[in-house]
Design a binder for this molecule. Structure first.
Ligand SMILES: NC(=O)c1ccc[n+]([C@@H]2O[C@H](COP(=O)([O-])OP(=O)(O)OC[C@H]3O[C@@H](n4cnc5c(N)ncnc54)[C@H](OP(=O)(O)O)[C@@H]3O)[C@@H](O)[C@H]2O)c1
Length: 278
């Protein structure tokens, strides 16, 4: 193998990638990177204006085609409709990235909201969004991969899947379930359809985004909260992640460079999960 061959792994010309939650911070960054690597990129999200803003960030000289499509990851009919649109416009889908997900403040314990009082609808929303919101797109978009006997699926887990973080029980449990489902689907696809269908996940550590800003920084001053300080003191690299920190591992998992990797969950966390605290 030579450098040219290695580099060709990261040329996604002719591949079509769908990113659920692609209008979000992390999904949007992955979308831009794939576009820069010549893929056709489809952003699936509920807010089409935000999706369009991501498309406007795409490299102007990109060789692939870009599109946005409405979809709610908890609504199978909307996903089926999106699948029809994508098939008509791009043909077969090669890559599915499940980046829609997140926590919700109403499912987070606080001094005035104990675990015992967390509302059912909040717990259900966070559990469903992260777990079912990953499983349902795999059903709808994975079917074509099973029929064609090839494809790549990448789920987005989190640090708290390995060891739960305080205060966010539903989010932690749902991300742990994503790790388990990633392994399950990897085995299922390889054994029943094709070893050329790979299913992996990334587990981002702490990235300062809208979802967690209020947990990590003080609203008025922007100073770190006690939780934000505690995270940094448990992160050997001593910083939060930047969205572009995800790209190397993500592109590797999507590319033929990881052809023998399936069922893996890769931490991208500045060493957080490796550090015992001592
Ligand atoms: N940020 C971090 O530090 C961090 C760390 C570990 C893991 N993660 C995970 O990384 C993924 C992306 O996070 P992010 O920080 O980029 O969050 P984000 O900016 O909130 O992006 C999530 C996107 O998903 C969309 N979405 C939510 N519900 C949806 C639904 N039912 N159907 C379709 N789209 C929906 C959101 O759109 P709306 O605006 O319509 O809600 C948003 O565009 C999530 O799974 C998150 O749990 C994030």
């Amino acid at each position: 193998m030579n450098l040219e061959e290695l580099q060709s792994f990261y040329d996604f010309s002719g591949c079509t990638a769908l990113i659920t939650g692609g209008a979000g911070v992390l999904g949007g960054e992955i979308a831009c990177a794939l576009m820069g690597c010549n893929a056709n990129v489809v952003i699936l999200d509920r807010d089409q204006e935000l999706a369009q803003k991501v498309i406007e960030r795409f490299p102007k000289d990109a060789k692939g085609r870009a599109a946005r499509v409405f979809g709610d990851v908890l609504n199978p009919e909307s996903l089926q409709q999106a699948n029809k649109t994508i098939n008509a416009e791009f043909g077969a889908l090669n890559i599915l990235i499940n980046a829609a997900g997140g926590n919700h403040p109403s499912a987070t314990t606080k001094p005035d909201l104990s675990f015992f009082d967390l509302p059912l609808d909040a717990l259900r929303h966070v559990g469903d969004l992260n777990l079912l919101g990953t499983i349902l797109p795999c059903q709808v978009f994975g079917r074509g991969m099973a029929e064609r006997e090839e494809g790549v699926i990448l789920n987005v887990s989190s640090m708290n899947a390995f060891r739960p973080l305080t205060r966010i029980p539903a989010y932690s449990a749902a991300k742990a379930a994503i790790n388990n489902f990633t392994q399950w689907l990897a085995v299922h696809m390889a054994q029943n359809y094709s070893p050329r269908i790979r299913v992996n996940a990334i587990a981002p550590g702490f990235f300062l985004t809208e979802q967690n800003r209020s947990l990590l920084t003080e609203k008025d001053t922007g100073e770190l909260t006690a939780r934000g300080k505690s995270i940094l003191s448990h992160t050997p690299m001593q910083r939060f992640g930047n969205p572009e920190d995800l790209l190397g591992a993500t592109l590797w998992l999507l590319s033929p460079a990881s052809a023998f990797v399936t069922g893996a969950v890769i931490p991208i966390d500045g060493g957080f999960s490796a550090f015992s605290g001592v």
